[in-house]
Design a protein around this ligand. Structure first.
Ligand code: GLU
Length: 312
């Protein structure tokens, strides 16, 4: 088992319960070997192996020219590859499928996880847990989380301890947010919002986004405009997925510095940190460009570039 170090951080290798690793195999992090999976002897495993799958990899060496240098030179690389995001807007319950997406993102590493949905198409509710996804699954089993619109997150803490309170999604009554990356001006925003009467319950930079959007909604802006206004005040690197109280057919995504993928389903739409997160849902995906904001409903997606112009 190798612990792969890319110059920024060490990747994990996770081996699921009951997995069988054949002799002379190499597991090259970041990999996640699913529960009950079998690795054929002599394999070099370099990507996620699903639960109960048989994986054999004895291929010949391949290489991508220039990749390492590009990665090393990218000062934002660390911020870009943290944590996982998935969002589903659908006509049926989404929590289980969100957790399944988070499982596919486990290879990135994380310290806690959570899901938020719109209950009855109206009220925001959420479940969060520290540690492995199984803890979140247990939480969901003891307290179900129905809802046709939802967002999920695996967190790699940058601001605040890995606790349940600091786990995403962060939420007010009006909005819930999952965030990958770092909001660099969160202190100024937090101070400003505190003087306006917002009280903060976590140590995260992410919570400022929740209060900022809520504040714009309180000022009378609709969900779309409130998110747009809030995004224009954020500095740093981020990917976001946002849902709103009473907005059953709306989810907003945005990316700056961190990747975000848009997925198209049949009467459903998805957001994810990468294509793997959505691989159980669709293979019709498009990558958002730097600075993009997207407003999705069950049947459509409108993408806006960093200047606010609609993109085809
Ligand atoms: N900065 C956020 C936090 O500490 C998000 C970290 C992440 O990308 O997981 O909660």
């Amino acid at each position: 088992i190798t612990c792969n170090y890319d110059g920024y951080f060490k990747y994990h290798t996770d081996i699921g319960e009951g997995a069988f690793i054949g002799s002379n195999s190499a597991l090259v992090a970041p990999v996640n070997i699913g529960d009950g999976a079998i690795i054929g002897a002599g394999s070099v495993i370099t990507s996620v192996v699903e639960n109960d799958a048989l994986a054999i990899a004895r291929g010949k060496q391949r290489q991508l020219g220039g990749w390492a240098a590009k990665f090393r030179d990218d000062k934002k690389a660390k911020k870009m590859i943290m944590c996982g995001i998935i969002g589903i807007i659908s006509g049926s319950n989404v929590a289980d499928r969100i957790v399944e997406g988070l499982r596919r993102l486990e290879y990135r590493g994380y310290d806690s996880a959570g899901v938020a949905t719109l209950f009855d198409g109206n009220t925001i509710d959420r479940r969060r847990a520290k540690g492995k996804l199984i803890n979140l699954e247990n939480e969901l089993e003891s307290r179900a989380l129905p809802g046709f619109v939802g967002i999920g997150h695996t967190r790699w803490a940058t601001h605040g301890e890995p606790t349940v309170a600091n786990a995403h999604p962060h939420a007010s009554e009006k909005v819930a947010v999952v965030h990958n990356g770092i909001i660099e001006n969160f202190r100024e925003l937090r101070e400003k919002l505190s003087t306006k009467g917002h009280s903060f319950n976590t140590q995260t930079d992410t919570e400022t986004i929740v209060h900022l959007i809520t504040d714009f909604i309180d000022q009378g802006l609709n969900a779309r405009d409130a998110a747009k206004a809030a995004l224009s005040e954020l500095e740093g690197a981020f990917a976001l997925a946002i849902i709103f109280e009473g907005e059953e057919d709306l989810m907003i995504g945005a990316r700056r510095g961190s990747p975000l993928v848009l997925g198209y389903g049949d009467g459903e739409m998805y957001l994810g940190s990468d294509a793997i997160a959505l691989s159980h849902l669709t293979d019709k995906i498009s990558y958002l460009d730097e600075g993009d904001r997207v407003e999705i409903s069950r049947n459509s997606a409108q993408v806006f570039d960093e200047n606010g112009a609609e993109v085809d």
